[in-house]
Design a binder for this molecule. Structure first.
Ligand SMILES: Cc1cc2nc3c(=O)[nH]c(=O)nc-3n(C[C@H](O)[C@H](O)[C@H](O)COP(=O)(O)O)c2cc1C
Length: 212
């Protein structure tokens, strides 16, 4: 049995990776009486930081909200008015993880000698790598949740709510929430997104082989 850092690791048979990918879908209702075990919460976060990052910048941060007051503060800051059906179900999630991207970390990293973009000119970036990398970290959490029998949903924070969110949690200006991942055990009233009626675009529709 392999031993890591003095701990005996018991290898458990988890799902095949392909099955994890196939099974992953956003879940928007949670059992409010089943918290996420601490060990699984930490695994989500440990896997998140395995995400790739440009220049190994790792310009990300994760705000973890579990206490009922903290979660209530999140929902109060990011929504208004009486909760609609979506919000009523989402509010039951016992764990919220807000991935935040840190653009300045990339500008600083790429100004280092081995990269040499000392002007920190943002036009050098073909796309915002800080958001991409943080999104990849979020996807690893979504996949880990499936692997661990948990349910999760990535959802957006309305832009006009971001200042209030920062204020509520003391988030420094250089960090931008890219959304939020709700996590828990699935509830019984989950509603799939109506967007799914669009159907999944097939490989032949989206792939261009050899040339466009
Ligand atoms: C960037 C992003 C933002 C999303 N925002 C929301 C959201 O605000 N609310 C929501 O219920 N789902 C949101 N979703 C989930 C999508 O609706 C969902 O991924 C899509 O319909 C496909 O369904 P599936 O992930 O269950 O396969 C978001 C997904 C992504 C990737």
């Amino acid at each position: 049995m392999p031993v890591h850092g003095g701990r005996v690791r018991v290898w458990t048979a988890r799902m095949e990776f392909a099955e994890v990918v196939r099974r992953r879908h956003m879940v928007r209702d949670y059992d409010p009486d089943r918290p996420v075990p601490a060990e699984l919460r930490e695994r989500l976060l440990e896997h998140a930081i395995r995400a790739p990052s440009a220049g190994f910048s790792q310009g990300w941060a994760f705000l973890v909200l579990e206490e009922p007051d903290d979660r209530a503060r999140f929902w109060a800051a990011t929504s208004d008015g009486p909760p609609d059906a979506w919000l009523s179900r989402m509010r039951r999630a016992p764990l919220l993880i807000v991935p935040l991207s840190h653009k300045a970390a990339y500008l600083e990293r790429y100004a280092e000698a081995d990269k040499g973009w000392t002007d920190r000119d943002e036009t050098r970036w073909p796309v915002p790598y800080w958001d991409i990398d943080t999104g990849m970290a979020a996807l690893l959490m979504l996949l880990t949740a499936v692997d661990e029998g948990l349910a999760a949903c990535f959802f957006g924070i309305p832009p006009e709510r971001i200042p209030g969110f920062r204020e509520a949690f003391g988030v420094p200006g250089p960090y931008t929430p890219i959304g939020c991942v709700s996590v828990g055990y699935a509830g019984t009233e989950d509603k799939r997104s109506p967007s799914l009626a669009r159907g999944r675009r097939g490989v032949d529709e989206v792939v261009h082989r050899g040339r466009w």
